[in-house]
Design a protein around this ligand. Structure first.
Ligand SMILES: [Zn+2]
Length: 476
């Protein structure tokens, strides 16, 4: 049979309702055209093809010919034409992703991976996945690091897989920090899962305050830490980290002598609860992090304010916690940041920093709204509103989280809470004056330019509106 006869036959076949017999004929005929590199005949058949599976097969063959001819744009085009939720064809997916990687279109690779994760994991060999994933991740470190924490949490069941290929990548000649971090997370998740039977998160419980710096967590955690059975650890992250540089882990007693660590705000270096030996042991084996801290503090309910979702994922990859997402209005939050920055660094440019603030604020609360999925409840609490009526908000919060309500927790904060970090001036004020009143937030001293900029930022206003919608679901 001549080349054109195959083409005619194929065109006739792809218009017939496919039965197994017809599919076999289509497959044989199209393979002949593939061998003869007759892309135009395959494309003609594709144009009149009535069957989805057959059209995928034809697309794959066309893509493979184009790949041989180094027409990578063409391969990508054939793939992307069906990639939107429909890349359920291993051969096409593999060659399509390879082409996108060749073209450096890593954003597309990431999007396709995210949209088809299940299929991707089930259909491609571990080796192919490793190749695609590693190439993409190595080349888009910024994107990957943004998505890292939530991705690993979502795909926690793939921890052994991630570990198996990220491990060697992290040890490669020039390891990228993101790959090393991913490998560390994967390893940590494996450890948590192997010991998951030891703690389901119910006894003792962990209630995490989430949000960004200066969201009011020092006050709220001190209040919650005054409830019966509750202990406030503050920023538990600092238990095993040094203050300098990239916060390397504490390794030995010498670290403590150098005074480069944070100590208990109540007792200082002599704290009998957060002892050096406990902290070093936690550093050596962080598995079951919050359970160990709760036991050390003899807490039925542990309150933490590590806040940042990455730190929470890092401390407990299985996210066994109830979460209070604490937020201020953008104006109040920026004002708190601004006062902090102004008190520490003169001559900085407020405008460029406002932009930075908005990026990090919308980024963090965006994740907490959309991707953060702890095992327990998630309650959004507006700190501005809390300060207007602290007792009422505390009562409702206690009801939602099944915590024992005690009205004077807001007016008489318990002394001697063993906690780290937090806003130093607030902690000091509470140490000296535990019956300090929570007062409504004062009007900000922001410039009109800053106010206008915040008001006109669609992204910021969108996140603020969505946080308030969540808040109103739980508080009246
Ligand atoms: Zn202490």
């Amino acid at each position: 049979m001549g080349k054109s006869k195959y083409a005619d036959k194929l065109k006739r076949l792809v218009q017939i309702s496919p039965s197994n017999a017809v599919r076999t004929k289509i497959s044989q005929t199209s393979m002949e055209l593939f061998k003869s590199q007759d892309v135009s005949a395959l494309e003609e058949a594709l144009a009149v093809c009535v069957d989805r599976d057959t059209s995928m097969d034809l697309r794959e063959l066309i893509a493979r010919v184009r790949w041989k001819q180094a027409c990578y744009e063409d391969v990508a085009e054939h793939f992307l034409a069906v990639a939107d939720g429909a890349a359920k064809h291993a051969g096409l997916l593999k060659i399509g992703l390879a082409a996108l990687i060749k073209l450096g279109r890593f954003g597309d690779v990431a999007d396709i991976y995210h949209a088809n994760q299940e299929f991707f994991i089930q259909s491609l060999s571990a080796e192919s996945q490793a190749h695609v994933y590693q190439d993409a991740w190595l080349s888009m470190a910024a994107l990957a690091s943004n998505r890292l924490a939530t991705d690993l949490q979502r795909t926690r069941r793939d921890a052994p897989f991630l570990q198996s290929f990220l491990g060697p990548a992290a040890r490669a000649e020039a390891p990228k920090p993101v790959v090393a971090a991913a490998a560390e997370h994967a390893q940590r998740m494996c450890a948590e899962e192997s010991r998951a039977h030891e703690w389901d998160g119910a006894h003792p419980r962990h209630i995490a305050l989430a949000g960004t710096s200066y969201c009011g967590s020092t006050i709220l955690s001190a209040v919650l830490g005054s409830l019966p059975g509750c202990e406030n650890i503050g920023e538990s992250y600092w238990l095993t980290r040094r203050k300098q540089g990239a916060h390397p882990a504490l390794a030995n007693e010498v670290d403590f002598e150098r005074e480069n660590v944070m100590y208990c705000r109540s007792c200082g270096p002599e704290c009998a609860t957060l002892t050096t030996s406990f902290r070093l042991e936690l550093s050596r084996d962080p598995t079951l992090w919050y359970r160990k801290i709760a036991q050390q503090c003899a807490a039925e309910m542990l309150i933490s304010s590590d806040k940042n979702h990455r730190k929470l994922v890092c401390n407990d990859p299985l996210l066994r916690m109830d979460t209070v997402v604490l937020f201020k209005s953008p104006e109040q939050h920026w004002w708190s940041n601004l006062r902090k920055i102004q008190s520490q660094a003169k001559g900085f440019n407020p405008l460029s920093c406002l932009e930075e603030f908005e990026r990090s604020w919308t980024g963090e609360y965006g994740v907490l709204l959309d991707s953060f999925t702890p095992s327990g409840k998630t309650i959004f609490l507006c700190f501005d509103a809390f300060c207007e009526a602290p007792a009422r908000h505390l009562k409702q919060l206690c009801e939602h989280l099944s915590l024992p309500f005690k009205e004077d927790a807001v007016t008489n904060v318990r002394r001697a809470q063993h906690f780290l970090g937090g806003n130093a001036s607030v902690s000091t004020a509470y140490q000296q004056q535990p019956n300090m009143q929570v007062r409504p937030l004062e009007a900000t001293g922001l410039s009109n330019a800053d106010k206008a900029k915040l008001a006109s930022s669609t992204a910021t206003q969108d996140i603020w509106t969505r946080c308030m919608t969540r808040y109103r679901q739980d508080f009246d």
